[in-house]
Write a protein that binds this ligand. Structure first.
Ligand SMILES: Nc1ncnc2c1ncn2[C@@H]1O[C@H](COP(=O)(O)OP(=O)(O)O)[C@@H](O)[C@H]1O
Ligand SMILES: [Mg+2]
Length: 248
């Protein structure tokens, strides 16, 4: 399928350090509207730090971050709120409320941020649960769900307000093959059916090649390559990362 070429996210010349720990020293990255882009790189190279910049949890030392053309690094917390609704993030573990049922967890953002009727809420919750393969689990509480199921409920909740962009921090890490497949199917589904742009951070290369359009790699504080997955595979640093042949 032809993808739109417009960039929904643009990171220019990002510099970020924590004390003497230089994480980024001039990283540039673009996420195209409608695509699935996967950010790869060794442990501790700054993948989560990149995602945190995109949702305003971290501020660059230098550089620009544009969301739909607007520099978000200059926004106050209040000005950032409308952007915050357009980007969702799936946190590790799903971050569910233990005292609420699956239905109540997912309905919560709808009750907080919309005026939908209870019938409309019921239908939307069913819709997103179908998307993650868990329709019928509405009345189950988190302690009766497996880790993988919790993550899928977390994804259902992250997308129920229909964000334009979904960020995934290691969505399949620690999951069994069945839940990995369900998460991957859900990502493909929400990209193709719901037209959501997805940015994934992961080490899981088989999943990456299954779901992504493009891959970008973080290495020594920069994005060293950003291209279609087949092209990226040919890069020497990427190849040694994937095969684990070389430590760098
Ligand atoms: N809030 C923070 N304060 C200080 N150091 C941090 C903070 N967040 C991340 N770091 C450091 O930044 C580096 C990149 O971290 P991270 O983005 O979490 O790596 P990963 O690529 O594994 O997701 C690490 O050295 C980490 O210790
Ligand atoms: Mg991380």
């Amino acid at each position: 399928m032809e993808k739109e070429q417009k960039n929904i996210i643009e990171v220019y010349n990002l510099h970020k350090r924590f004390g003497g720990n230089i994480v980024y020293q001039g990283a540039t990255l673009s996420v195209k509207k409608g695509e699935v882009l996967t950010l790869i790189g060794g442990s501790g190279c700054g993948k989560s730090v990149m995602l945190k910049h995109l949702i305003g949890l971290l501020c660059p030392d230098e550089g620009k971050i544009l969301f739909d053309g607007q520099d978000i690094t200059l926004l106050s917390e209040k000005e950032f709120l409308p952007i915050r609704k357009r980007i969702a993030m799936l946190f590790q573990g799903g971050a569910l409320f233990d005292s609420l049922s699956t239905f109540e967890n997912i309905a919560y953002p709808l009750q907080e941020h919309t005026n939908l009727s209870s019938e409309e809420i019921r239908r939307k919750v069913k819709d997103v649960l179908e998307l993650v393969g868990l329709d019928g689990k509405q009345n189950v509480y988190p302690h009766d769900l497996s880790g993988g199921m919790k993550k899928r409920v977390g994804l259902a909740r992250a997308i129920v307000l229909e964000p334009e962009v979904v960020l995934f921090d290691e969505p399949t890490t620690g999951l069994d093959p069945y839940n990995t497949r369900k998460i991957n199917e859900a990502i493909i589904n929400l990209n193709k059916e719901k037209k959501m742009t997805c940015l994934i951070v992961t080490h899981d290369m088989p999943s990456t090649f299954e779901v992504t359009d493009r891959i970008a790699m973080v290495h020594e504080g920069r994005i060293i390559i950003e291209d279609q997955k087949e092209k990226v595979k040919e890069n020497d640093i990427v190849r040694s990362f994937i095969t684990g042949e070389k430590v760098f």
